[in-house]
Design a binder for this molecule. Structure first.
Ligand SMILES: Cc1ncc(C[n+]2csc(CCOP(=O)(O)OP(=O)(O)O)c2C)c(N)n1
Length: 402
């Protein structure tokens, strides 16, 4: 971590008077720290203890969530967490090249993912395995990306879920263009309207592409929900070093609504995303949602978070676990019994075992597979590269080395 002095921002041309008005390093840190606390600004419908909080604005958006539906959301979260842990373990066993854990972000992803309808489109970054699952994408296909045998080969139109994007912020521009298209094509204007959700992290908000997306989406009233999962860390860079303001407040500068939701509260994420999508469907987009959450594992399996953050931070967030609060609520209110919880755990284990079996036996594609699914239409340049690559490989065969 840097020293307090590094965090001050001297004003240009500051004289002695201005110096006197400068906040102390402690004040600067206190101010910056405040931006990373949930506080009163946070929309929450289920507390970490599993108590329901009522909201006249957002309760109507989850009026259909009875015990059965809530059990469904619980099951979704348990399954994707179990799949995530299995994939992490498989990377450690050398079966995947890398893995990007979602641990801790299940509510943000399941809540927002389940808020979308058929006809809506999602543009993910690289951590949205939970959203992929809600869009009906087989997580086996997601594993293929990380085993380097495939590259987002699901039918994105059928699932309403675009390929993963590793280039930070790039998917926000793609999503903005897509949402502008929804507007130009007259697919916006009433309850049946279409909308788009794009996912990105707190770190991505420092990327120019995201700001450009904000500007274009705003001036064209694009039906786009900017869904920022503020998991507090951009690899080793904490959010408070990337913004003086809470991230959701940035929306105001672009002229559209911004809202901060408890990203560990699946009900709040569902309700707020449904609200934002409704705004977009009716032509009142875009909307920025900051889902305030925490990355409970490493950035990726190549990262060691113990080098830059303290374990007490993780311990604190364990108390706000997105799954435990739903379990507590269901158990306390008679919405589910032990049999249900045991069954979900068994289903999750079977789900993970299936992924593991598939991963170990994943078909190895021919080398030229890397050239497919790159462009929608044929590209002579890519065709030439593929031919060159194949004749290069043939050279090994001719030399008896392949
Ligand atoms: C354009 C670009 N710059 C840098 C990187 C390297 N990089 C990968 S992940 C990452 C941090 C992203 O943090 P955040 O946006 O908060 O998302 P998170 O990984 O926490 O979900 C960076 C800088 C990249 N992939 N793309």
């Amino acid at each position: 971590m840097s020293s307090p002095e590094q965090w001050t921002h001297p004003e240009p041309g500051a004289g002695p008077a201005a110096e006197a008005a400068q906040p102390s390093p402690e004040q600067v840190i206190a101010g910056l720290r405040a931006t990373s606390e949930g506080g009163e600004e946070l929309t929450q419908l289920l507390t970490p203890e599993g108590e329901r909080v009522h909201s006249s604005q957002f309760d109507p958006y989850i009026a259909d969530i009875d015990d059965e539906a809530l059990r469904g959301l619980y099951r979704d979260m348990v399954l994707v967490r179990r799949a995530d842990r299995e994939a992490n373990a498989m990377q450690r066993q050398g079966q995947l090249g890398i893995w990007v854990p979602l641990l801790g972000q299940e509510a943000a992803q399941i809540g927002s993912g389940r808020a979308m309808r058929k006809g809506d489109m999602a543009f993910p970054s690289y951590r949205e395995h939970g959203v992929a699952y809600t869009r009906g994408v087989d997580l086996k296909e997601v594993l293929g990306i990380f085993r380097c045998t495939d590259h987002s080969s699901w039918d994105y139109k059928e699932h309403g879920f675009h390929p993963y994007c590793i280039v930070i912020g790039n998917q926000v521009l793609n999503a903005t263009g897509y949402a502008m298209g929804q507007k130009f094509d007259g697919k916006v204007g009433d309850d049946n309207g279409e909308a788009t959700v794009t996912y990105f992290g707190d770190g991505a908000t420092s990327q120019g592409d995201v700001h450009e997306g904000f500007v274009w989406a705003a001036v064209y009233d694009a039906p786009l929900v900017f869904f920022c999962q503020n998991n507090q860390w951009a690899i080793s860079e904490p959010t408070e070093r990337q913004s003086r303001l809470p991230l959701y407040q940035r929306a105001r500068g672009y002229g559209f609504p911004g809202i901060r939701v408890d990203g560990n509260d699946v009900l709040a994420c569902l309700a707020v995303t449904r609200w934002a999508l409704e705004e977009c469907r009716h032509g009142n987009g875009p909307v920025l949602i900051e889902a305030f959450t925490y990355r409970m594992d490493a950035h990726t399996t190549t990262d060691d978070p113990t080098r830059y953050r303290l374990s007490d931070e993780l311990e604190e967030w364990k108390l706000k676990d997105p799954i435990e609060r739903v379990r507590a609520y269901l158990a306390r209110n008679g919405g589910a019994d032990h049999e249900f919880f045991d069954q979900v755990q068994a289903d999750a284990d079977a789900f993970a075992a299936d992924l593991r079996d598939y991963c170990f036996n994943m078909p190895e594609p021919p080398p030229e597979r890397i050239f497919s699914n790159v462009y929608a239409e044929n590209s002579p340049v890519l065709d030439a590269q593929r031919e060159e690559f194949l004749s290069y490989l043939d050279g090994f065969a001719a030399a008896g080395e392949h």
